[in-house]
Design a protein. Structure first.
Length: 99
């Protein structure tokens, strides 16, 4: 039989764990803005992606912004491959914080 403390920790884990499906949906919808990174607790790099995109987007019309956009696009493609491990790492960090 499970004690109350363990049950509470399991309920908090279930309520706060990150979903790979949600992370991929955010990557598809807001990838260039770093939404998926904010979701999995990597707000610092999410903010960098957001600022790089916002700074590059207006300038992309006159070519100067394309290098910044190119960097962010490549970053999103790499994140698409790394996302399962990143979500697992976020969930492992949650487990460690509940122990």
């Amino acid at each position: 039989m499970m004690d109350t403390d363990t049950a509470r920790r399991m309920m908090r884990y279930d309520a706060n764990k990150r979903s790979l499906a949600v992370a991929y949906l955010l990557l598809a919808a807001t990838g260039l803005l770093g939404g998926h990174r904010f979701y999995i607790g990597r707000g610092g790099t999410g903010l960098i992606m957001l600022l790089l995109t916002l700074a590059s987007l207006p300038w992309a019309l006159i070519f100067w912004g394309w290098p910044g956009m190119f960097i962010t696009i490549i970053w999103v493609l790499i994140d698409a491959l790394r996302l399962p491990g990143m979500v697992q790492q976020a969930n492992n960090k949650l487990i460690a914080s509940l122990a």
